[in-house]
Design a protein around this ligand. Structure first.
Ligand code: FES
Ligand SMILES: [Fe+2]
Length: 459
């Protein structure tokens, strides 16, 4: 179905991404450029979803304890006994590699009197509680307890005292967990997503940069700042001459979606029509009087020039496979979102975002940015997390290069959105009919997961 076939659907006029890429020298493969429009229209989103403690607690019960969620990368568990403490909305899980090489996740709580078994990421041969010394093997079975004669109930049925597990699944080098023992397999949850990411080969990438910033806003306020191109003109005016917002692609496929902003084509309502060479100069942040760092020929376009330059840059790592890869995969912003909180940018953008509540707070969040970068030769170790507090600037994270400034612009709105939501007299926000479909889609899913299930009294 095309967008125009969705009854009543409105979209900014102008060339859409799906048509724009057909004019490229190398268009994307058909499955990457097929439209899968969201059929729902404009949404009215209840403000309480961002501001209410009660809604946060419903999310904790009905969403975070039941949904597949990315806990870490496989490379964070390089050896037997490596473990990551994954925290989500007040819950904590230990994700570890067992002696058999498999990955398991346990609820991070001692079964004796409840101490968290681990406080930080690390590596161990067994999980030993620091309080009284109860110890579990990496496979979750109980190995040791002090004063054994005083725990006849445990001794009588040791199997019942294994560490409770969450389900584990992996995709593209990401480790997902799901605390719900009845959850569908990860493969079913992700649907056709692996077909999109096949050639982008996320397994063979490493965490080159990893920055985590604390924010004074609900996790959905932070996430929704990255769901659409509609904000580009106001929030990132420097990009207006080369990122077309109205030309975006927006597709929704069950539990994942994507929003693609084309690069090398100006925003619709820019007052002048920039020349191709000027577009290229803006894309590359070239100042007045400076030379372009890549070749530009008069008869080509900014898009073509960027694509050729990127193709040659990636040839070192990807080899001649670059010749099979489309221009759009090198130049556009392929922002995929997996419900509920992971954004692995597709193609060769390297960017991954994850959004979570900060601890058990409904009005604070943690926003992480990773660069997942291809490598040749031996896998480099993953970058340690660089934490930024609420007051810190993204520009302190120099490892993010030019992205840090963009993040600074997006973050500028977030706390103010939370403040506005807390004072607004309206009960609902409104989303646009096309460009904000990703926001609408996620709220539709949240309605299913959080509200409908709560009304049904659980499952
Ligand atoms: S609380 Fe863990 S050993 Fe007692
Ligand atoms: Fe932005």
């Amino acid at each position: 179905m095309t967008i125009s076939e969705v009854p009543g659907k409105q979209r900014t006029p102008g060339l859409s991404w799906y048509d724009l890429v057909l004019e490229d020298d190398r268009p994307p493969a058909e499955h990457l450029r097929t439209r899968v429009p969201y059929t729902a229209r404009t949404q009215y989103v209840p403000v309480e979803r961002y501001t209410s403690r009660a809604w946060h607690e419903l999310e904790r019960t009905h969403l975070w304890r039941r949904v597949w969620q990315m806990a870490c990368r496989e490379e964070h568990l390089p050896e037997v006994g490596s473990y990551v403490v994954y925290e989500i909305a007040g819950d904590s899980y230990l994700v570890t590699r067992t002696r058999e090489g498999t990955i398991k996740a346990y609820v991070n709580a001692c079964l004796h009197r409840g101490r968290a078994l681990k406080d930080f990421d690390g590596r161990c041969s067994e999980f030993r509680c620091s309080f009284h010394g109860f110890t579990w093997k990496l496979d979750g079975s109980l190995r040791y307890m002090p004063g054994v004669d005083e725990f006849p109930d445990i001794e009588a049925d040791r199997e019942a005292w294994r560490l409770p597990e969450a389900k584990v699944g992996t995709w593209a080098g990401f480790v997902f967990i799901n605390p719900d023992p009845e959850a569908e397999p990860l493969e079913d949850f992700l649907g056709t997503l692996p077909q999109h990411f096949g050639v982008w080969d996320f397994e063979n990438r490493y965490v080159q940069a990893h920055v985590a910033k604390k924010l004074r806003c609900n996790w959905k306020v932070a996430q929704e700042a990255f769901d659409e191109g509609l904000h580009l003109g106001a929030t990132h005016p420097q990009s207006a001459p080369y990122v077309g917002d109205g030309n975006s692609a927006v597709d929704v496929y069950g539990n994942y979606s994507r929003q693609i902003s084309p690069s090398g084509t100006p925003i619709d309502d820019i007052p002048v029509d920039p020349a191709e060479k000027d577009i290229l100069a803006r894309m590359l942040d070239v100042r007045e009087g400076e030379e372009l760092p890549i070749p530009f020929e008069q008869r080509t376009t900014a898009r073509d020039s960027m694509a050729s330059a990127a193709r040659e840059r990636w040839r070192d790592v990807l080899g001649d496979a670059v010749d099979e890869i489309s221009d759009a995969e090198f130049v556009d912003h392929w922002n995929y979102a997996i419900f509920p909180n992971l954004h692995p940018w597709g193609a060769f953008n390297r960017i991954v975002y994850r959004f979570r509540p900060n601890g058990d707070r409904h009005d604070e969040s943690i926003f992480e940015v990773m660069f997942l970068t291809p490598f040749s030769g031996e896998r480099p170790p993953p970058a340690p997390i660089h934490w930024l507090e609420v007051e810190d600037s993204w520009t302190q994270a120099t490892e993010l290069q030019t992205l840090a400034l963009v993040m600074e612009q997006d973050t500028f709105n977030m706390e103010a959105v939370q403040r506005g939501l807390q004072t607004t007299r309206r009960s609902h926000l409104i989303t646009s009919d096309f460009q904000e479909d990703v926001v609408s889609w996620r709220h539709d899913l949240l309605t299913d997961w959080v509200e409908t299930r709560a009304a049904e009294g659980g499952r």
